[in-house]
Design a protein around this ligand. Structure first.
Ligand code: ADP
Ligand code: ZN
Length: 742
């Protein structure tokens, strides 16, 4: 490829440092053969040496340049068109280019000495010997291997601590045989694959597939689609056909999913289908070690992979000839990275599609309003799957007005009754309570004080199981005190409800029911989420309690009842998107009911039974909700009719942060107002952030708003200048297209 070889003596390098530009370095003749676009290199920066990435070639100017010192990897990590994409993304999100590229690449490639290696593994198989060894640990481990027929060292390490010496012993005693194998890059490979049943597409699916295929088959060009299908309408099948066509045309496909660990069913479905069709698949996920990720990345860059599935960072995967990007559940909040390089993978998928001349397919039952408006405007082609497959009906949704059921337990009488019925009928139930722990806080019943995090100023969540009080932002933990800090009273009682408390109550009220809980606390261990999904599929759980995690994409055919414990809490967040979020979450969780042969029903408990968002959920009326919500957004110039940038100033010293925020706001206002109404930028604030203190930092925010993107861009391009004017100890972060403004 001529475009990636060196043409002049200087290279454009994105250095891993907080600089808002790339730098030029000269290429010494000794390295001339090795420096390519996509190379990771070592370069001098001031008195230090840092990692940089070669992004392009430069004409050497008159000023002498410093030399590149070393090329770190033997092969380039990406191609020229990827470099262009990374740089454009960095500019869009006002992120230093080197930091953006570092974020885009597999972890572990920014330190100077890191060279992840390819790992190997060992496979242990039981021999025919039927005797039992002497030691208890030997017996334990051998029995594990015997019951599974075989096990890899990495599997055994997950089950037993330091099993290696015991395994050596078992081998020398002739109980097991060992074989060196390449370490499995993909833990999902060990998950049983779904038997893929060939389905006949229904007319709506067929029409969607036809339109996407038509776009794929023309001369390569950017086309984007919104696959807007109600829950259970068979969107996955449309993705699969589109991918198949892409591969047939000799190009590659990228599939983005919200969180890989939470989508084992989708991955299994893809895997079985791809195995059948001999497709080379790479699953990029957070469970990979640095070495495995590096390895997979290089395979992708070499063109040895046809399909990449991954969470948001996979949008940067260096597929050489990308023909299709699928963004599943495009409404999901996890596509936005909330720290550092604050990109949104859904939006970058569209940017990349444009640059790579690929087809982009965004799928959801509840697209974000920004996407929906783009479809209404004709920027995205709107494909609709209005019905569930196999003539299944959407569930009946009933609102339970809690003001009519005061004093009942966490479950109102109607929900209790519905649960009893479902249990009686041997059907499964999901209960959504979007709050983990036992209770959101401990309240002193003498003085009314609640226990708060000393770093973040929010209440500490009480967990009975872990006997702890814990901050969900900074992970500060203490044991629950026996008396109040303020008044020494001893009546510290859990207030409000969390999933632990709900579980306790269900166990009390329905002692025969098999109850399980799915939230961050019960799924933090490797494989725990998989296990819960497996148990649900096998019918070993009657009632699954959980946070929003249970709303995500699961396809449990035996679930007929979905109960929502507290629909209100999220409605009251001071965020213009709160109604949209509630609508989306409740529609998604409701969509888990009645996906099998029996019809589903949904009960939503609320104190806000007359809230319009809930009403639209009950009627499965996305369009009605969207029209109303969009008209309100338009009146206030909120997205999608206006654009936002959130500037957050933070630091240890409250006064310094306040003063810096006032100063910045004044600067912004004096440089912002010029231009016609349309080109104006509104400067809102400074005001304390919704979380005014987080991890011990005081935080103020300034929101920039404009009906045009252009003037906003011009403003934030000056951000480097503003940064340089900040007092020491105050940090400015810029969030372009912010998703939540905490
Ligand atoms: P969605 O992602 O739209 O919620 P899924 O893709 O999970 O829906 O599909 C829901 C169920 O319908 C799956 O079990 C899938 O196998 C099945 N399905 C998909 N297409 C068809 C079809 N044309 N006929 C029958 N069943 C189908
Ligand atoms: Zn905290």
């Amino acid at each position: 490829m001529t475009s990636t070889t060196q043409q002049t003596q200087a290279a454009e390098i994105a250095v891993v440092a907080p600089l808002d530009k790339t730098l030029s370095y000269s290429i010494p003749t000794t390295l001339a053969m090795d420096v390519r676009i996509g190379s990771r290199v070592r370069v001098p920066l001031g008195r230090r040496q840092v990692v940089g990435y070669v992004m392009g070639w430069m004409e050497p100017g008159d000023t002498p340049l410093k030399d590149i010192l070393e090329v770190i990897d033997p092969h380039p990590l990406f191609h020229a068109h990827h470099a262009a994409f990374y740089l454009r993304a960095a500019r869009y999100y006002v992120c230093p280019p080197g930091v953006a590229v570092k974020t885009a690449l597999p972890a572990g490639l920014s330190a100077l000495d890191s060279k992840p290696s390819v790992l190997s593994d060992k496979l242990y198989q039981a021999t025919t010997s039927e005797e039992q060894p002497q030691g208890a640990r030997q017996r334990e481990i051998l029995n594990f291997i015997r019951s599974a027929n075989q096990a890899t060292l990495s599997q055994l390490r997950q089950q037993f601590s330091a099993p290696h010496a015991v395994l050596q012993r078992l081998e020398s005693l002739g109980f097991v045989q060992v074989e060196e194998i390449e370490r499995c890059r993909d833990p999902f490979a060990e998950v049983a694959v779904d038997d893929h049943q060939a389905v006949v597409l229904n007319p709506a699916q067929q029409q969607a597939v036809n339109q996407v295929e038509e776009a794929l088959e023309g001369p390569a060009s950017f086309r984007s689609f919104l696959l807007h299908g109600v829950t259970g309408s068979g969107k996955t099948e449309v993705y699969l056909r589109a991918i198949a066509r892409t591969l047939k045309l000799g190009r590659q496909a990228l599939v983005l999913v919200p969180e890989i660990a939470l989508t084992p069913q989708l991955v299994a479905r893809f895997r079985s289908w791809f195995q059948e069709h001999d497709v080379r698949l790479a699953v990029l996920h957070s469970g990979l070690s640095d070495g495995e990720r590096y390895d997979a990345w290089r395979q992708v860059a070499r063109g040895d992979i046809d399909v990449v599935i991954g969470a948001r960072s996979a949008v940067f995967a260096p597929l050489p000839d990308l023909g299709l990007i699928v963004v599943d559940e495009e409404h999901d909040g996890s596509y936005k990275q909330s720290e550092g390089f604050r990109y949104n993978a859904r939006d970058l998928a569209l940017m990349r599609g444009q640059m790579d001349e690929a087809v982009v397919l965004l799928g959801s039952a509840t697209p974000v309003l920004t996407t929906y408006q783009r479809a209404l405007d004709g920027h995205l082609t709107h494909l609709q799957l209005p019905e569930r497959t196999a003539e299944r009906k959407l569930p009946q949704v009933q609102l339970v007005d809690l003001s009519q059921h005061e004093g009942e337990s966490l479950l109102s009488e109607p929900l209790q009754a519905a649960l009893a019925e479902a249990l009686q009928a041997g059907e499964q139930t999901l209960l959504l309570l979007n709050r983990r722990g036992y209770a959101p806080f401990l309240l002193c019943h003498d003085c009314g004080a609640s226990l708060r995090c000393p770093n973040c100023d929010i209440t500490l969540t009480y967990s009975q199981v872990q006997s702890s009080l814990r901050c969900h932002y900074c992970d500060f933990r203490i044991n629950p005190p026996s008396s109040c800090d303020h008044c020494s009273g001893v009546r510290l009682l859990p207030e409000g409800m969390g999933t632990e408390r709900l579980e306790e109550e269900i166990r009390q009220n329905f002692p025969d029911a098999r109850v399980a809980r799915m939230d961050r606390d019960t799924t933090s261990r490797k494989g725990a989420h998989h296990r819960l999904v497996g148990q649900m599929m096998a019918g070993e759980i009657d009632v699954l309690i959980g946070t929003q995690m249970i709303a995500k994409g699961h396809d449990f055919p035996a679930v007929t009842l979905v109960g929502v414990l507290n629909a209100d809490t999220a409605l009251n967040l001071p965020d213009f998107r709160s109604a949209e979020r509630v609508f989306s979450l409740l529609s998604q969780v409701a969509g888990r009911a009645g996906r099998g042969d029996r019809p589903g029903r949904v009960m939503i408990q609320t104190y806000a039974a007359d809230n319009y968002a809930l009403d639209y959920v009950a009627r499965h009326d996305y369009q009605g909700f969207a029209e109303l919500e969009l008209s309100q957004r338009q009146a206030l110039d909120y997205p999608p009719f206006g654009y936002l940038v959130n500037l957050v100033l933070s630091g240890n010293d409250e006064n310094k942060v306040h003063n810096a925020a006032e100063q910045l706001s004044a600067n912004l206002m004096s440089s912002a107002v010029a231009g016609s109404m349309d080109m104006a930028v509104e400067v809102l604030g400074p005001a304390p952030c919704l979380l005014p203190r987080l991890r011990n930092k005081h935080r103020m925010q300034i929101l920039l708003k404009s009906v045009q993107r252009e003037p906003l861009r011009r403003q934030i391009e000056q951000v480097g200048r503003f940064r340089s004017q900040l007092p020491a100890g105050v940090v400015l972060t810029v969030d372009v297209d912010p998703v939540d403004m905490f």
